[in-house]
Design a protein around this ligand. Structure first.
Ligand code: HEM
Length: 488
């Protein structure tokens, strides 16, 4: 049953409490959820269509993400806000349209071809770009911004097969990345103001809606050109054998299906391919970089854990038969980094890149504990707050403890997706989870082996209110070469 939560005023609902706590929103929601014993009702402004419950209850999360997932889709509320940027892409689709994209993307992402391609892309990006930028910058640098540049280049290579150039040595402004960031930020405003405010603004081309229109146009034109060029390449060459990115593979798969089933319309039109790729870039653009930024911050506060990670990396390297000049981690070595994986998992628990998620209710429903939820309501679940509930994670829930994730036999703990909802769960479990771990381990190990990441003292390291858990002021650091490896 839902317990009392923050005050709901007539007409303006929960808004006054939100406004007062806007600078500390995640902690405020957490405290409200602790007081309400896990779930409370909320209401936005009158006629604003925002009402429902906020929860951290793993059994309710399992109910919405798995047991009754069809009754709790992304829904109209979410979709109409993301429609301009994402169209029908996987991140914004439900039902058949979602299912087909999900199926083909899953097949392709699990293929050894894609895994090999993404590993190579990551290795190249780390060795030839990221480490070079770090080496070339002797001064203080914003680590969050640097990691964002890395993941943007990485996801563009994986999804589109292009180099977006964010990690060039001089760290240039990249128009596509800039437009993407602007379009995402402006879309977020649609979640913060009632629909009767943003819809007229859109119609009249005002304020953030004007910026959204312009940045979306730029993103779409950029992606459209890549899709068109690839289509032409396929027509001219008859194949895309040299390419392993998702866009090329989906185009090829669709082509093969159409050749076997003559007269049937292609599923992946050029527009749907574009929408798919944009969804993919959105999903993988900032999640792992933001996760890594919090990870390095936690290591700074927990030097013993950093030493243990280093010990593990050096131990793995000591088993190499040949001692190459340049150390590039292999897939096998990354798999052996169990302690590093546990530390990353623990860091993501405390600072989940997607801090709050939302689902819409299609038909009236009743949760297993008897809580009634009405058609049209929204369920918000705070993944950030879940980590801070003693009844979910124990008395030490606030501590950064990688050991939580290692069993007595040395294997990693396989936790329930609904207790650890960081990567979502059920049929819409994050498609990039394996990719993200490979990426985060590669970056963390490559940096930690060579450098001590010195966090500049006196910074105000706090979360920003966006769909992804950015650090509001970034993370200023300097890199101090480790003596033993300074030549690497
Ligand atoms: C630490 C890194 C990451 C975290 C914590 C994370 C988390 C999530 C979450 C919570 C969702 C569900 C969102 C929702 O439905 O509301 C999701 C979906 C998704 N993620 Fe990730 N993600 C990460 C990295 C990535 C990467 C690197 C990629 C791409 C390579 C990716 C691709 C996707 C896709 C395509 C979906 C949509 C799946 C669907 O709707 O069927 N993610 N992710």
């Amino acid at each position: 049953m839902t317990k009392k939560g923050p005050m709901l005023w007539p007409v303006i609902g929960i808004i006054p409490s939100l406004v007062i706590n806007i600078n500390n929103i995640y902690h405020w929601i957490t405290i409200a959820l602790i007081k309400a014993k896990g779930t409370f009702p909320y209401k936005g402004v009158w006629m604003g269509r925002a009402y429902g419950i906020v929860t951290v209850d793993p059994s309710k999360i399992e109910y919405i993400l798995k047991t009754r997932s069809k009754n709790f889709p992304k829904g109209k509320y979410y979709k109409e806000r993301f429609l301009d940027l994402l169209g029908d892409g996987i991140f914004n689709a439900d039902d058949e349209l979602w299912l087909h994209q999900r199926r083909v993307a899953t097949i392709e992402m699990h293929s050894s071809r894609f895994v090999k391609y993404s590993l190579k892309a990551m290795q190249d990006l780390v060795q030839n770009k990221l480490l070079k930028v770090i080496k070339g910058h002797n001064n203080i640098i914003d680590l969050q911004e640097l990691l964002l540049r890395f993941t943007f280049d990485n996801i563009c290579a994986a999804a589109l097969g292009v180099d977006s150039g964010c990690l060039a040595l001089e760290l240039p402004q990249v128009p596509f990345a800039k437009a993407f960031e602007e379009a995402t930020e402006c879309t977020l405003f649609r979640f913060l103001v009632p629909y009767f405010v943003w819809k007229p603004m859109k119609l009249l081309g005002l304020g953030f809606e004007k910026r959204l229109k312009e940045s979306t146009k730029f993103v779409h034109e950029f992606a459209d050109k890549i899709v068109m060029d690839r289509r032409n390449e396929l027509v001219e060459q008859g194949n895309l054998d040299g390419r392993s990115d998702l866009l090329s593979r989906l185009m090829i798969m669709d082509n093969i299906i159409n050749t076997t089933k003559q007269n049937e319309q292609s599923f992946f039109s050029n527009k749907l391919l574009r929408d798919f790729c944009i969804s993919f870039i959105l999903a993988g653009r900032d999640t792992s970089s933001v996760g890594l930024a919090w990870f390095f911050w936690l290591l700074h506060k927990n030097p013993k854990i950093e030493s243990k990670i280093l010990e593990e990396i050096n131990d793995i390297l000591s088993r190499r038969e040949s001692k190459e000049e340049e150390i590039v981690f292999t897939m096998e070595e990354l798999k052996q980094m169990v302690y590093l994986q546990a530390a990353l998992t623990e860091s993501l628990r405390l600072y989940p890149p997607v801090p709050i998620d939302i689902k819409e209710v299609i038909n009236d429903d009743v949760f297993p504990d008897g809580t009634v939820i009405k058609k049209g309501a929204k369920v918000l679940y705070s993944i950030f707050s879940m980590a801070r509930m003693e009844w979910i994670w124990g008395k030490d829930c606030m501590e950064f403890k990688p050991e939580r994730w290692i069993q007595n036999n040395g294997q990693l703990v396989n936790e329930s997706q609904f207790k650890y909802a960081v990567f979502n769960g059920g049929p819409r479990l994050c498609l990039g989870k394996t990719f993200a771990y490979m990426q985060m381990k590669m970056v963390a190990a490559a940096i930690l082996l060579r450098y001590q990441v010195k966090v500049v003292e006196g910074q105000n390291v706090v979360p920003k209110l966006t769909t992804t858990l950015y650090m509001r002021n970034g993370l200023l650091v300097s890199f101090k070469p480790r003596l033993a490896n300074s030549a690497v």
